[in-house]
Design a protein around this ligand. Structure first.
Ligand code: ATP
Ligand code: MG
Length: 417
């Protein structure tokens, strides 16, 4: 026998028995996002590497360690590790800034990051996300957070925590970065390697470190004092206060987490995460924030923007498994030709129908019917001759013989019940 080829580490098949959950996530996304005026966009799965280097930021783990990059015809291409950069590229390239703002877009699809696979962390995973362009006011931040919460609620997820923070603007953040560096300087040698590397380039990212010894350092009173201080400028503070007012008014519960900085370079002012209390260590289901300089950095006009992404595998892990859909009818017959004809007739009427393609015994066909369908439609020689069918309800085992012309209304009853 030929050697078996396995699925690549960190990737997974989504099998038919699990697809119902995915359809549910996708259908609810379309339904809820449409209700808020968002339109779906689908961008390519690979893009120029430079888009992510500039868009996501070259001090991030994503760009430094996690990208799937390859060369083709002397071009460096990368499988998208996230979709915001691609959506922004498309927004610019397709002149969407000429549309009257806000431009509201949503997407879903696979993303690729070379990370250590574990529960809730894969190398190919899926995100659903939204981006809102053209509004600098905090109402936009509030709307996208509200949308995230309502989408999660529509899925049946309620035990969630919304964390928010403000990273300020590039100007006030500079001051804060300086202070963080200053207060951490005496501890430099005790920081983990990642933190030491980020200390110069991206000191705020240190606060996000998951290493216990680093967390202990950040918990020290003199360091906490800087972290908890209100460093943001008046305008940024006002933006954050207004956001909180909107959230209060809309009954969105949240906590302010000053350690929340997010892994991507492009955020300013509002950042947020939604965590589930039922997910173990990979507990973030949603991450997002405001990114007012990204469109300009990627060559477009100055355009404020805010958005978020959710991990679909993590959402699925929180949701109950969907029941497999059953067929409306399975036709049991010794004549595949007659069965095929009847199946086609019923399918054009909108029923989900199968029949035996391989001349199996009657009893085997009935067994199969009881596994996959709500009704067995029995088409024996007798029935064919008389223009009848026998219909067996596979839940109750009640069987009756009816005229073929009455079959449609019989099956319609089940479909609607
Ligand atoms: P984390 O801190 O969990 O690595 P992140 O900050 O890298 O998350 P984002 O880039 O903001 O995540 O992506 C948004 C969401 O996508 C996350 O909250 C998570 O639900 C999901 N996600 C991110 N990376 C992965 C992955 N490797 N596998 C599965 N889901 C992921
Ligand atoms: Mg990550």
């Amino acid at each position: 026998m030929a050697k078996i080829i396995n699925v690549i580490k960190g990737t997974k098949d989504i099998l038919p028995q699990d697809i119902g959950q995915w359809h549910n996530l996708e259908q609810k996304a379309l339904e809820i996002f449409t209700r808020y005026g968002y339109q779906e966009i689908r961008t390519p799965i690979f893009e120029a590497t430079e888009l992510f280097a500039r868009g996501v930021g070259d001090t991030t783990d994503i760009v430094n360690k996690e990208m799937y990059t390859f060369e083709k015809s002397d071009r460096s291409l990368t499988l998208r590790p996230e979709n915001t950069a691609g959506v922004v590229r498309s927004y610019i390239e397709n002149g969407m800034s000429r549309l009257s703002p806000p431009v509201k877009l949503w997407y879903k699809g696979p993303m690729f990051r070379y990370e250590r696979p574990q529960a809730g962390r894969q190398r190919q995973f899926h995100q659903v996300g939204v981006e809102l362009f053209g509004v600098k006011q905090p109402a936009a931040d509030a709307e996208v957070i509200l949308l995230a919460v309502n989408y999660l609620n529509a899925l049946g997820l309620n035990d969630l925590e919304v964390e928010i923070n403000s990273l300020g603007c590039p100007e006030c953040r500079e001051e804060y970065k300086k202070k963080i560096k200053e207060v951490l300087k005496p501890e430099f040698d005790n920081l983990c390697e990642d933190c030491q590397n980020r200390y110069e380039k991206n000191p705020l990212r240190l606060l996000d470190c998951k290493v216990e010894s680093c967390k202990a350092i950040f918990a020290k009173p003199e360091i906490q004092k800087v972290i908890q201080s209100d460093f943001i400028c008046e305008e940024c503070a006002q933006h954050f206060d207004e956001l909180k007012k909107y959230l209060d008014k809309m009954n969105v519960k949240y906590v302010v987490n000053k350690l929340l900085v997010r892994g991507l370079d492009y955020y300013n002012r509002t950042v947020f995460e939604i965590k589930s209390n039922n997910l173990g260590s990979q507990n973030a289901v949603c991450g997002g924030g405001r990114y007012d300089s990204l469109v300009r950095n990627l060559g477009g006009d100055d355009t404020p923007a805010v958005g978020w992404a959710m991990g679909m595998e993590r959402l699925n892990a929180l949701l109950p498994k969907c029941e497999q859909q059953r067929l409306d009818a399975y036709i049991v017959s010794n004549s595949s030709i007659d069965a095929m004809q009847l199946a086609e007739e019923l399918r054009t009427q909108g029923f989900d129908v199968e029949f035996d393609l391989s001349n199996k015994k009657f009893t085997k066909q009935l067994e199969k019917a009881s596994k996959v369908a709500k009704y067995a439609v029995i088409l024996g020689e007798d029935e064919i001759e008389k223009g009848q069918v026998s219909v067996k309800n596979l839940d109750t085992s009640v069987q009756e013989t009816i005229d073929r012309k009455d079959l449609r209304s019989k099956l319609e009853n089940v479909k609607n019940s």
